[in-house]
Design a protein around this ligand. Structure first.
Ligand code: ATP
Length: 189
C-alpha cells in the first residue's frame, strides 16, 4: 500500500498573498501529496520583533478565503487553538498520528533558518522538506535535512512588502486573491 503523505505549509499569512497561492499550486502539482494543510500560526513567535501582527482569527479568515478553493488544500486552525508559541514540531507530531509521512513545504528564504527552529534535530529526523523557489532566497539546507525542490516560477512578493506600503485597492488586486482585498482593507484599518 502506498504511504499516505501530507504537505504542511505553515505561515503567518499577514496577509495571504499570490506568492502563497503559487507555492500551494506548485506543491499540489508535484503529485506527492494526498492533502496539503495550511496552518495559520496563532503565535508566530519568530516574528515578535518585526512588529504587530493581525489577530489569528483575522489571518485565519483571510487564509480560508485565499486558499479554500485550491486543489488538495485544507486550511487548519490547529495552531490558533493550541496555546503557546506555534512550533512546527508540535503540528508535525499531531499530523503524524493520522499520516504516514509529513513533508514541510517552505519558501527558499526559510531554509537557512530551519536549524534554529524549535527542536530542529528532531524535526529534521521526522520530515522531508519541499522547497519552493523565492527571489533572493537560494535554498541552503544543512546535511541533516532531507529535501527536494518544488518547481515553480518565482513570485517576487512578501507579506512584509504588502504591509509596509499603503497600497491602494487597485494595487492590492495585483498582489492578493481578489476576495481577500476587501477583508484585508477592513482588517488593516
Ligand atoms: P513576511 O514578509 O511577513 O515574512 P511572507 O510573505 O514570507 O511573510 P509567511 O506567511 O511568513 O509569508 O510565509 C509562509 C510560507 O510561504 C513560508 O514558507 C514562506 O517562505 C512562503 N512564501 C511566502 N512568500 C512566498 C513567495 N513569494 N514565493 C514562495 N514562497 C513564499
Amino acid at each position: 500500500m502506498t504511504a499516505r503523505r501530507i504537505g504542511l505549509f505553515g505561515g503567518t499569512f499577514d496577509p495571504p498573498h499570490l506568492g502563497h497561492v503559487a507555492a500551494l499550486q506548485a506543491a499540489a502539482h508535484t503529485g506527492h501529496f494526498e492533502r496539503i494543510e495550511v496552518t495559520v500560526a496563532g503565535d508566530p513567535y519568530r516574528k515578535r520583533d518585526v512588529g504587530p501582527v493581525l489577530p489569528g482569527e483575522c489571518r485565519l479568515a483571510m487564509a480560508h478565503v485565499a486558499f479554500d478553493g485550491l486543489d488538495l488544500v485544507h486550511v487548519s486552525d490547529r495552531e490558533i487553538r493550541r496555546a503557546g508559541p506555534s512550533y512546527t514540531i508540535d503540528t508535525v507530531m499531531e499530523l503524524r498520528e493520522e499520516w504516514d509521512d509529513v513533508d514541510l513545504i517552505v519558501g527558499a528564504d526559510l531554509t537557512s533558518q530551519l536549524d534554529s527552529w524549535h527542536r530542529a534535530r528532531e524535526l529534521a529526523a521526522l520530515v522531508r522538506v519541499g522547497v519552493v523557489p523565492r527571489p533572493g532566497g537560494a535554498a541552503s539546507l544543512g546535511p541533516t535535512w532531507r529535501s527536494y525542490e518544488i518547481p515553480m516560477s518565482p513570485v517576487d512578493l512578501s507579506s512584509t512588502f504588502i504591509r509596509q506600503r499603503l497600497l491602494s485597492d487597485e494595487d492590492l488586486r495585483h498582489v492578493l486573491p481578489a476576495a481577500v482585498v476587501p477583508m484585508y482593507e477592513n482588517f488593516r484599518e
